[in-house]
Ligand binder design. Structure first.
Ligand SMILES: [Zn+2]
Length: 145
């Protein structure tokens, strides 16, 4: 599932949605759910504008994908996120059974799926380094969450 070029395109789609959320007044995090050549859902972190601290880009995108597909299992989906998912989102990834996760920037403080592996999972994870994601993250860490 997924080649390097496709991964980059989809990660850049997640960057675009993160920027959209930022323009609305949220922290710039974005996520895309992809399956069989199609974007199923995309979402940004809406914690600031919705007042819901649990509205992370990943949880929003996974919820939206489950509703759209009418299922609670996303085993055949890939989740693209601009930043390494946090412990909340890794929980959501585990509960929805996402088959693969691709993230753009490692989060040494709140990241929970990369090197720190806060939760032990069987999720296939790919870390890709992109300037666009690094820039988003630099803006987040400068501002404080
Ligand atoms: Zn999260």
């Amino acid at each position: 599932m997924g080649d390097a070029k496709e991964d980059k395109q989809l990660l850049l789609a997640a960057v675009r949605i993160a920027r959209e959320g930022q323009r609305e007044g949220n922290q710039p995090y974005g996520a895309v759910v992809f399956r069989a050549g199609q974007i199923i859902a995309e979402a940004y972190n809406s914690a600031a504008t919705s007042g819901d601290r649990l509205s992370h880009a990943e949880t929003n995108a996974l919820d939206s994908a489950c509703r759209r597909l009418g299922t609670s299992s996303l085993a055949d989906c890939t989740l693209y996120c601009t930043s390494e998912p946090c412990i909340l989102c890794v929980g959501a990834i585990a509960w929805t059974g996402v088959g693969r996760v691709v993230y753009g920037v490692a989060d040494p403080i709140d990241g929970a799926i990369g090197e720190l592996q806060t939760i032990e999972t069987n999720i296939a994870t790919t870390h890709l380094s992109f300037d666009e994601c690094d820039e988003l993250f630099a803006e987040i860490t400068q501002k404080q969450r």
